[in-house]
Design a protein around this ligand. Structure first.
Ligand SMILES: C[S@@+](CC[C@H](N)C(=O)[O-])C[C@H]1O[C@@H](n2cnc3c(N)ncnc32)[C@H](O)[C@@H]1O
Length: 355
C-alpha cells in the first residue's frame, strides 16, 4: 500500500491496511520500550470552546487551573500565557495572510468573527441531545443544498450587486444566533485550506464520517456559520468559503481529531479539539502499546513496552476516567463517540474479559 499523503513517515513504522480497522501504523523493526516514535506540532484545524477561551492560551493551549491569562487580544477574543506565545500566534496569522497576498487578512478574519460573537454568553453553546439520532446523509445534503441557495445571494451581495433578495440573505445570516465553536472551527479550517492548499489532500485522505454532525442543532450551527463567514470574511478568503470546504472539515474531523484537554487532574477538562493529520493513523487499542502526551501544541508518541517488528502500534482513544471502565462500558463509549466496534486484541482475543 502506498503511504497516504500526510501520513507519518519514519524508518520505525509504516502505515498499512488492517483486516478490520482500516489503515493502521505497524512497527517496521523491533522498538524498545520508552522510544519516542513521533512528535507532531502541526495542528491543521482546531478550536477552543468559548467557555475556556479566556483561560486557554490560543497558541500552546496551556490551561492552568482556570486562570485567566493576562496577555489578551480583545479584538480577536484570544488570550496567551506569554508574550512569546502571542508573537508565535501573530507570526502564523501573518504567514496565512501573506499566503493569500495580503499583510493582515487573517487578523481581520478573526476580528470579524469575534465582533459577531461578542455579546453572546460564554456558557451558552447550543445544547445537543446526545441521545438524539445523528442527522442522516440525506438530511445533511438537503440542508446544505438549501444553504447554497442563500449563499448565491450573499456572494452576489459581496460582489457589489445589491437587490432586495441579496440584502435579505445577508440580513438573515447576520441576525441568526452565532455559534462560537462552529464559527471558529470552520474559520480555522478555511485558513488552513487557503494558506496550505498543497496540504488539503492530506486532510482529505483521513478516514471520513459521512454523518459527522452530532445533532440537527449542530448541523444548523455549521450552516449558519458558513453563511455568516461568507458575509463577513475578507475578500482574500472568499474563494475558500464554500460548502465543499465547510463540509469537508467536520467530515474529516469527526473520527480524527484529538481532544485538547487540561494537562492537570488527568485531563478532566475538555477544552477543545484539533486535527494533527499525521497522528490520525494510529488505531485504538484497549491495551495500547504507545502512549500519547501533549506538550503545548505538540503531540509526542512513545512506546510503553518493547515492540516486535510487524506489531501494530496503537494508542488509546479514551481519556480520564474512561480508562478505568470495564469492557462493556469501554466498547459502548467507543461506539457512541467514535462509531466503531472495537476490534483490538483485548476485545477480540482469546483472553477477552466478559463483564
Ligand atoms: C483516527 S482513525 C485511525 C486510522 C484509520 N483506521 C484510517 O484508516 O485512517 C479512527 C478510525 O479508525 C478505526 N479504528 C480505530 N481503532 C479501531 C479499533 N480498535 N477497532 C475498530 N476500528 C478502529 C475506526 O473506523 C475509527 O473511526
Amino acid at each position: 500500500m502506498s503511504q497516504p499523503p500526510g501520513s507519518p513517515i519514519s524508518p520505525l513504522f509504516s502505515v498499512l491496511e488492517t483486516p478490520s480497522s482500516g489503515r493502521g501504523v505497524f512497527a517496521a523493526q523491533d522498538i524498545a520500550v520508552g522510544t519516542s516514535i513521533l512528535a507532531l506540532e502541526d495542528v491543521s484545524v482546531s478550536v477552543i470552546l468559548r467557555e475556556f477561551q479566556r483561560e486557554v492560551c490560543a497558541w500552546c493551549f496551556w490551561y492552568y487551573e482556570g486562570r485567566g491569562w493576562k496577555v489578551r487580544d480583545k479584538s480577536t477574543g484570544n488570550v496567551f500565557c506569554s508574550k512569546g506565545c502571542q508573537a508565535a500566534w501573530e507570526d502564523e496569522q501573518s504567514s496565512i495572510s501573506n499566503a493569500v497576498g495580503t499583510d493582515t487578512a487573517a487578523f481581520h478574519a478573526w476580528r470579524a468573527v469575534e465582533k459577531l460573537i461578542k455579546g453572546t454568553p460564554r456558557d451558552d453553546e447550543p445544547i445537543s441531545d446526545i441521545d438524539a439520532p445523528r442527522p442522516k446523509a440525506s438530511e445533511i445534503n438537503m440542508a446544505w443544498m438549501k444553504a447554497e441557495n442563500q449563499a448565491v445571494y450573499i456572494r452576489e451581495s459581496r460582489a457589489g450587486f445589491q437587490n432586495k433578495a441579496n440584502r435579505k440573505a445577508v440580513h438573515s445570516a447576520m441576525t441568526a444566533t452565532p455559534d462560537s465553536e462552529s464559527l471558529r472551527f470552520l474559520l480555522s479550517g478555511i485558513l488552513f485550506r487557503a494558506s496550505k492548499p498543497s496540504a488539503w489532500p492530506s486532510l482529505q485522505a483521513l478516514a471520513p464520517n459521512h454523518r459527522p454532525y452530532r445533532s440537527t442543532i449542530q448541523l444548523e450551527a455549521h450552516i449558519t456559520s458558513y453563511l455568516q463567514l461568507l458575509a463577513i470574511l475578507p475578500d482574500a478568503f472568499l474563494p475558500h468559503v464554500n460548502a465543499e470546504v465547510c463540509r469537508e472539515i467536520p467530515l474529516r474531523d469527526d473520527h480524527n481529531s484529538f481532544g485538547i484537554r487540561s494537562l492537570e487532574a488527568d485531563g478532566s477538562e475538555f477544552l477543545g479539539y484539533g486535527i494533527w493529520i499525521a497522528a490520525s493513523y494510529f488505531n485504538h487499542s484497549c491495551s495500547p502499546n504507545v502512549a500519547k502526551r501533549r506538550v503545548g501544541r505538540c503531540w509526542d508518541f512513545s512506546t510503553v513496552r518493547d515492540i516486535r517488528a510487524g506489531e501494530q502500534l496503537c494508542i488509546t482513544y479514551l481519556s480520564g476516567d474512561e480508562r478505568v471502565m470495564n469492557t462493556n462500558q469501554r466498547r459502548a463509549r467507543l461506539r457512541m463517540n467514535w462509531d466503531f466496534e472495537c476490534a483490538c486484541e483485548k476485545c477480540t482475543g482469546d483472553d477477552v474479559e466478559l463483564d
